[in-house]
Design a protein around this ligand. Structure first.
Ligand code: UD1
Ligand code: CA
Length: 459
């Protein structure tokens, strides 16, 4: 069976009140339509065509991919008209071809439900994904005969009172026999309440042509919920996050509050991971066993190894944290931070593009950038690697066991030998030898002749 997928995304999304095209608004950090594309790709289609509308060039640019074709629909004359625009981009429709229609603004349909729909369409049937809604207002209703066979879909605006009482609705997602689609589209008319070419009218045509019409249902109603406003977007975001939280709990993760975690990407977890409230995970985050994350942390593209604690309000991005580390509270690991085991990065310490060997510590108020820090190094409070001269970045190398006194500035490029001691308050501009005390402090003096200033008397 050759599968083609048409994703309808030409609707303007006026109710979003935004200049960003609706389907590019993010849900869990990913554009709505990308969720649809990801579900579509799981089905291994031979072709995906995305129908975009006026102003949709940004959609094209955002989504460009070798397996994706684009068709413009401008102006928009309905869902049937939208699918017509996709036809030239579709390959030949052999007898076993199937076209799956998806909506770009319905992000949470699970591939399992789509597979169920496709199975219902096998052997040349037209299959509709339907749901039963308590309030079906606005939707196309599924009209069945006395035997329960689908007869047609009637749009809300065209429906009679009796038809409006039907609770089973068209989700808009359909699997259509490819060989028939073109001729059915050619027979659509816009003689209806909205003056549009309704894709839904092909259902009655199928029945008239003796084509079997079937239906399938998703496991959850939210799988077919569309986004037309920020309100609906926020609702679906919560549904999605709740599902992710549920999955984490089932995998054994402790969540202080499953309603207060946001995963915008892939979070994979080992055993006995505990996550406090307000944490945000973005991109790919991998947490090993026995990891505790305090409240209000942000982790983006981070790998953390077993036994590490990340305390409250820490921000980690593109970083690797070894086993049994202690990070935060209020720590910042920027891209390229790579920490070995038993490293401590404390409050108001920023680490960028730097490697820390096992057991090294920077516990308070420091900036470490472009550095190679050996093992068992102690970086005192207020230490700054001066890695930038306004034009170039330079490296700082600190040997194993070195002790950097508080408020030291290390002017890179610079090497601190293993076991070196740097006296507090020093500005180091040349290599500091191993196992020796180096300091640049001026000698302390007390000025005996000094007198406190007196207020001048008014002239
Ligand atoms: C459509 C269905 C209705 C179904 C409902 C589910 C038709 C005629 N009606 O309603 O039976 O219950 O979806 O939400 O199919 N689109 C285009 N071009 C157009 C019109 C729409 O690309 O000219 C896209 C929209 O961007 C959207 C989708 O098609 O992704 C559905 O459009 P929308 O206007 O929300 O659906 P309705 O026509 O109201
Ligand atoms: Ca709609």
């Amino acid at each position: 069976m050759a599968l083609d997928i048409v994703i309808l995304a030409a609707g303007q999304g006026k109710r979003m009140n935004s200049s960003l095209p609706k389907v590019l608004h993010p849900l869990a950090g990913k554009p709505l339509v990308r969720h649809v594309l990801d579900a579509a790709r799981v089905l291994n289609p031979r072709r995906i065509v995305l129908v975009y509308g006026h102003g949709g060039e940004v959609v094209r640019e955002a989504l460009a991919a070798p397996d994706l074709a684009f068709a413009k629909q401008d102006p928009q004359h309905g869902t049937g008209h939208a699918v017509m625009q996709a036809m030239p981009a579709l390959a030949d429709q052999a007898d076993d071809a199937m076209t799956l229609v998806l909506y770009g603004d319905v992000p949470l349909t699970r591939s399992t439900s789509l597979v169920r729909l496709i199975d219902a369409a096998r052997g040349g049937a037209l299959a509709i994904l339907t749901v039963n809604l308590a309030d079906a207002t606005g939707y196309g209703r599924i009209v069945r005969d006395a035997n329960g066979a689908v007869q047609r879909i009637v749009e809300h605006k065209d429906a009679s009172e009796a038809e409006r009482a039907i609770g089973e609705v068209n989700t808009g997602i359909m699997a259509i026999p490819g060989a028939k689609l073109k001729q059915w589209l050619g027979r659509l008319s816009n003689d209806n309440a909205q003056g549009e070419y309704y894709l839904t009218d092909i259902v009655a045509m199928a029945v008239a042509d003796g084509v079997r019409v079937t239906s399938a249902q998703p496991d959850f109603e939210w799988e077919t919920a569309g986004v037309n406003s920020k309100v609906q977007l926020a609702e679906l975001e919560r549904v999605h996050q709740r599902n992710i939280a549920q999955g984490l709990l089932e995998a054994g993760v402790t969540l202080a509050d499953p309603a207060r975690i946001d995963v915008r990407g892939l979070l994979s977890t080992g055993r006995d991971v505990s996550i406090d409230v307000g944490c945000v995970f973005e991109g790919d985050v991998v947490l090993g066993n026995d990891i505790t994350i305090g409240p209000n942390c942000v982790l983006k593209n981070v790998r953390v190894r077993a036994g590490t604690r990340i305390e409250a309000f820490s921000h980690l991005e593109d970083a690797e944290v070894g086993a049994h580390c202690r990070i935060g509270p209020f720590a910042r690991l920027r891209p390229g931070a790579q920490l070995g085991e038993h490293v401590h990065i404390g409050n108001f310490v920023e680490v960028k593009k730097s490697v820390f060997g096992a057991g090294s510590k920077a516990n308070h108020l420091a900036y470490v950038g472009d550095s190679e820090v050996g093992s068992k190094v102690n970086i005192g409070a207020g230490t700054i690697t001066c890695n930038y001269d306004g034009v170039n970045k330079s490296k700082t190398i600190i040997g194993d066991g070195a002790f950097i006194g508080s408020d030291t500035t290390l002017v890179a490029p610079i090497t601190i030998g293993p076991g070196a001691y740097i006296g507090a308050g020093s500005t180091i501009t040349r290599e500091a030898p191993a196992d020796k005390l180096t300091l640049t402090r001026a000698k302390q003096t007390t000025v005996e002749s000094w007198k406190p200033p007196k207020k001048k008397s008014a002239a």
